[in-house]
Design a protein around this ligand. Structure first.
Ligand code: FAD
Length: 494
């Protein structure tokens, strides 16, 4: 089916170059010359704002149903929070979203349609735990064998899973305990319920800093329970374990050729209806249509789908003004603070030592480390998430100091060889003009229960996509797909 208004750039073929099968990056996948050149059309059925996974999925759905769509994207690339980094010929790592896992069926199905294959994250061998009181130990499973935290960790996990089961993922504010849970932070819940609150608080950061880009003191407890409830699907209630685990959780698999292949290939399927370097500055809603003012000129549309991170919604000049509830919600949804730091080695030396490359530490720059090698393990790559309070310490240092701290963190976990990488790569999402942080926009106390219900409520001709509007797997690539599909359904029904 021809999806674009003028010419379809041929299914998965671009400019005569067929994309390589099996998710292997080829020239066409990385070519920057993508999208609609020249002036924008003056009128379409639907303008989609944002060419992240969510916006592209919404646009694709609408195009398949015969709607004339235009995607307007501020950056000079597609993918938003999903971004490949080339290590060398044929080898990439991800600077943004990377992992998928069980029940993330929407992103998995999309990847399959686009012929992007997955591979299992390396899990053979032991994980490492570095405690400032007990020292370094190796372990298997989800929770490190630290006797000072085990009973509290079990209690916390049981409580979260029990509450998550009771929550309506589409309306967490309706739970009978919602007001009480939303008044406190995760840190306060821990303080009130754990014997060794200090120990748990130190270790739970190894989950909240990569997962939310935030600390337990910043996150509403209701939000955390809801986030875990979202880590599943209709048949499988979300759990803490599925959210946090590698072997059977959200970090189970990665994409061959890098996750950005998905938005790149989807954009190519859409063809010349994706306009890059077209930031939306103003949206006017009139009686019969909306006018979307972009850096490349105005476009009239019957409907608009906005698929940008929450802070970016406020960056747009709205006429009429956004409803007060939505404005308040967007103002209080804060992007996490997160960067990824990758050290590249000739070989994954830790594997030979019986380690799987996963590590957590209760201090230092590396609170959570992952094996981030390409599928064939060549080269070796260790990944550190530096988020929340750890980002506020190390993210603000000079690159040289941070590099040293990250490599020392890896060395404590995996041995001194980690001090001598052949390359070091980092990406700080707080520096990104069109994202401002990551991985997700978070709820502080009393936001979900006061204005959370406005999250998906259309505003006249405007419908909302973006991972933050998802019910299952909100905050993840899977949530971005689901949200794009839902927004498209709304438009088609309207
Ligand atoms: P985005 O990707 O943010 O796309 C929004 C788009 O809107 C962007 O392209 C932006 O440039 C554009 N835009 C913004 N403002 C405007 C404007 N005014 N006009 C026009 N365009 C505009 N998820 C996982 O599933 N697994 C992971 O392992 C994982 N790890 C992550 C690690 C990091 C470091 C980060 C940052 C994210 C991670 N995520 C992960 C989250 C995942 O990347 C996101 O949930 C998902 O990519 C969001 O997609 P989206 O389309 O909703 O939003």
């Amino acid at each position: 089916m021809d999806l674009s208004r003028r010419s379809l750039l041929g299914g998965l073929a671009v400019g005569g170059t067929t994309l390589a099968a099996g998710g292997v990056l080829d020239l066409a996948d990385s070519a920057p010359a993508l999208g609609l050149q020249g002036s924008l059309p003056s009128r379409v059925d639907v303008v989609v704002v944002g060419a992240g996974i969510s916006g592209l999925v919404a646009a694709h759905r609408l195009a398949v149903h015969g709607r004339d769509v235009l995607v307007v994207e501020a950056r000079d690339r597609v993918g938003g929070r999903v971004l490949n980094h080339r290590l060398g010929p044929g080898n990439v790592i991800e600077s943004g979203g990377a992992f998928i896992g069980p029940t993330q069926t929407h992103i998995a199905a999309l990847a399959k349609q686009l012929d992007v294959r997955t591979f299992d994250e390396y899990v053979d061998g032991q994980s490492v735990y570095v405690s400032s009181t007990l020292g370094r130990m190796t372990y298997q499973g989800t929770v490190p064998p630290d006797p000072t935290i085990l009973p509290d960790a079990a209690l916390l996990q049981t409580r979260i899973d029990q509450y998550a089961k009771e929550i309506d993922v589409a309306a967490p504010w309706k739970h009978p305990m919602a007001a009480e849970w939303d008044r406190m932070t995760l840190a306060q819940f821990i303080q009130q319920n754990c014997v060794n609150a200090e120990g748990i608080n130190r270790i739970i950061r190894c989950w909240t800093q990569p997962g939310f880009g935030a600390d337990p003191e910043e996150l509403s407890f209701l939000y955390v329970v809801w986030y875990c409830a979202c880590s599943g699907d209709r048949m499988h209630p979300g759990t803490f374990e599925r959210n946090s685990d590698t072997a059977d959780g959200a970090q189970k698999k990665r994409f061959v050729g890098g996750s950005q292949l998905i938005p790149l290939r989807l954009a190519r399927r859409l063809g010349d209806v994706v306009a890059l370097e077209a930031p939306v500055r103003r949206i006017e809603q009139r009686h019969r249509h909306a006018v979307v003012h972009t850096g490349r000129g105005p476009v009239h549309a019957r409907k608009v789908v906005v698929a940008v991170p929450p802070p970016m919604v406020l960056d747009i000049d709205w006429h009429p003004h956004l409803p007060a509830g939505r404005r308040a919600l967007m103002r209080h949804l804060d992007m996490g603070e997160l960067m990824k730091c990758d050290a590249v080695y000739r070989t994954p030396f830790w594997r030979k030592a019986g380690l799987n490359g996963f590590g957590i530490a209760d201090s230092g720059a590396v609170r959570a480390a992952f094996d981030n090698c390409p599928r064939d393990g060549d080269p070796g790559v260790l990944l550190a998430f530096v988020g929340g309070g750890t980002w506020r310490t190390y993210g603000l240092m000079t690159r040289a100091k941070r590099r040293r701290a990250v490599l020392e963190g890896f060395a404590t976990m995996f041995g001194d060889q980690a001090l001598h990488p052949v390359d070091y790569v980092e990406h700080d999402w707080t520096h990104e003009r069109w994202t401002t942080g990551g991985p997700v926009a978070n709820y502080a106390p009393e936001v979900l229960t006061s204005v959370g219900h406005t999250i998906r409520r259309p505003f006249r001709r405007v419908h909302w996509a973006g991972t933050e509007t998802a019910t299952y797997w909100t905050g993840y690539m899977d949530g971005a797909v689901r949200a794009g599909e839902r927004a498209a359904r709304e438009v088609l029904a309207g």
